[in-house]
Write a protein that binds this ligand. Structure first.
Ligand SMILES: C[S@@+](CC[C@H](N)C(=O)[O-])C[C@H]1O[C@@H](n2cnc3c(N)ncnc32)[C@H](O)[C@@H]1O
Length: 221
């Protein structure tokens, strides 16, 4: 997003409570990437409006986005998966401190294998938030699809990845594979026969894919 617009929108955000500032400072200190404030605000608004009863998050980090989604929809229940042991432990401590009603279940491990073994949860979740390894988004999506109810939605962060995904002129040697995979993800979800997808250039790019059995447009590969 344009810097001027970003600064304008940042200035309009409500003042943050101390617990939010605490988590943002932890993330900055430990160099853990968390959702940017404007992207987070947008996702919170989606969650607030839809009030999903069961949310699955792929990529907990230190628990920031899980707790912010809960702030937006306190009655939701959240399951969140984190692979990295150090982050998992930090998230566990943060949830102990800030999730007073124990609405968030933290799972340690690789989301790809954990979701593969979640067959008993088929159709359980009404919102799935993908915010983990950018090169794996299609795999997460395929697994998420079976766990998502009809009329549920999948949110994926970073789908424009610093704008590189939309820039075909620039050679991103270091990020070539990630950029190509994110392009594939965006193409796939926008053409999927069971999903309506909008990609919004907020934060690092957010894709919202709404699952609908009535989707008629079928360019699916
Ligand atoms: C961008 S951070 C998540 C930030 C968090 N959603 C937030 O905004 O507060 C991505 C996290 O995904 C985790 N991760 C990457 N691949 C994963 C996988 N296959 N399964 C579970 N977690 C994974 C990383 O360890 C990292 O902590």
């Amino acid at each position: 997003m344009d810097e001027q617009i970003t600064n304008y929108l940042l200035a309009l955000l409500p003042e943050k409570d101390n617990w939010i500032v605490d988590l943002e400072e932890q993330a900055q200190k430990d160099r853990v990437p968390i959702m940017d404030s404007i992207g987070m605000d947008f996702i919170m608004q989606l969650i607030r409006m839809n009030k999903p009863s069961e949310i699955l998050e792929i990529g907990t980090g230190i628990g920031y986005s899980a707790l912010r989604m809960l702030e937006a929809s306190p009655e939701s229940t959240i399951t969140t998966i984190e692979k990295d042991e150090k982050r998992y432990n930090q998230a566990k401590a943060n949830l102990k401190k800030y999730d007073n009603r124990k609405k968030v279940t933290l799972v340690q491990g690789d989301a790809l294998s954990i979701m593969t073994n979640m067959a008993e949860h088929e159709g359980k979740f009404d919102c799935i938030f993908i915010d983990a390894a950018k090169g794996q988004y299609e795999k997460y999506f395929d697994l998420a699809d079976s766990l998502l109810i009809n009329n549920g939605f999948i949110i994926a962060d970073n789908v424009l990845f610093r704008g590189y995904v939309a820039d075909y002129d620039f050679e991103h040697r270091r990020y070539k594979s990630i950029v190509n995979r994110l392009r594939e993800y965006n193409k796939r979800v926008t053409n999927h026969s069971s999903y309506h997808t909008s990609i919004v250039p907020v934060g690092d790019g957010v894709a919202i894919s709404f699952k609908s059995s009535e989707r008629s447009h079928t360019n699916e590969k």
